[in-house]
Design a binder for this molecule. Structure first.
Ligand SMILES: Cc1cc2nc3c(=O)[nH]c(=O)nc-3n(C[C@H](O)[C@H](O)[C@H](O)COP(=O)(O)O)c2cc1C
Length: 335
């Protein structure tokens, strides 16, 4: 029995169990669409601030974070907040987007977020976490699944992920996702997959999703084998590399996979650029696409020159011209 299989989250059944993880500054409409076209089973949007939604701070930006791309099948929104009042007050705007899934963030390690009591700070304030999750479950219609994403704890000495999981499940979470690093670790060291195994063994009936160091198809397969979790959530390994979803699916179902060609990398990077421009316009695109392009443009000597040129480009048109040139040069090189 291989580990790639349909995933049931509440009353939603996804075709597979490989999910694009929420990433602030990355998982916008264009990246979600590209990931889904390359085999992701679902794609979480960037985290949205309940406080900002409620108090109308940076309103346009917050609305855009929650905006689906056309025909997005399962719009999966993620919220963060430090208290239940903000969650309750933001809910009309959240529900107006007609999400398919509502996730709550209990993992963010960013000091500014933690200072407001939100993200991984809630692992230290489980009473408020309980109040928040109960509020979400009460206000979000039953047919919309609630999912909760957390870390292993605040510090190594206070790893309370099993308590947090229990709170989430008691509040009605339909899937729990864990990044097994503590807040103190931030992104340092290794994700401790053995904690994912403990989590799944402790709550065998829960739908458990893994996050953390899932950088290659081989790593993802190994993680499934070691832990017995139900799903995987891929974050950094998918940046400039949406191919990872289909490749992992292929590896898990057939034992091997096809590596994308340089031409495919360039074509998908180009598609990513044009989609982002289409959805968000010139200014956003010239700022936000570069970190994606820098990751797409790896592994070919010719890419180095274009990676540098694309990062220096100041307009969409300039980037398109560079892509035309790169594709033509790639052709010449191939012959
Ligand atoms: C740039 C960046 C932004 C992130 N933003 C979010 C976020 O908005 N919400 C969230 O729950 N996790 C966020 N994460 C954490 C990831 O979802 C994931 O749990 C973490 O990166 C570990 O997975 P990885 O080792 O495969 O990258 C972010 C991670 C990165 C690198």
């Amino acid at each position: 029995m291989h580990q790639y299989k349909p995933l049931k989250i509440g009353n939603i059944t996804l075709d597979g169990n490989l999910i694009l993880a929420p990433m602030a500054g990355y998982t916008d409409q264009a990246f979600r669409q590209i990931s889904m076209e390359h085999g992701a089973s679902m794609a979480y949007a960037e985290m949205s601030s309940c406080e900002a939604l409620w108090r109308n701070i940076d309103s346009e930006k917050t609305d855009l974070i929650m905006q689906p791309y056309p025909n997005e099948k399962h719009l999966a929104l993620q919220l963060f907040a430090g208290n239940a009042e903000a969650v309750a007050n933001s809910m009309p705007r959240v529900l107006a987007m007609k999400p398919a899934i509502v996730d709550f963030n209990v993992g963010c390690p960013v000091p500014k977020v933690n200072k407001s009591g939100a993200g991984s700070a809630l692992m230290q304030n489980t009473d408020e976490l309980k109040a928040i999750l109960t509020t979400i479950r009460a206000l979000v219609p039953k047919e919309i699944p609630m999912t909760v994403k957390f870390r292993s704890g605040w510090t190594q000495e206070s790893r309370n992920y099993l308590d947090v999981a229990e709170i989430a499940l008691n509040a009605g979470a339909d899937m729990i996702s864990m990044h097994p690093r503590t807040r103190s670790q931030a992104y340092g060291g290794n994700a401790d997959w053995s904690l994912l195994k403990t989590l799944k063994e402790t709550f065998p009936d829960a739908t458990v999703c893994a996050s953390g160091d899932l950088m290659s198809p081989e790593a993802i397969k190994q993680m499934f084998e070691e832990t017995g979790v139900d799903a995987a959530m891929i974050a950094r390994g998918s940046i400039g590399n949406p191919f990872i979803f289909n490749q992992t699916k292929e590896l898990m179902t057939t034992g091997s996979y096809h590596v994308e060609s340089d031409r495919q990398r360039v074509q998908v990077a180009h598609q990513h650029l044009t989609l982002m421009y289409h959805y968000r316009g010139e200014r956003y695109t010239t700022n936000e696409i570069k970190k994606h392009l820098a990751q797409y443009m790896r592994g070919n000597a010719l890419f180095t020159h274009y990676r540098k040129a694309l990062v220096l480009a100041t307009s969409y048109q300039e980037m398109l011209t560079l892509f035309d040139e790169l594709l033509a040069n790639l052709h010449t090189h191939a012959e």
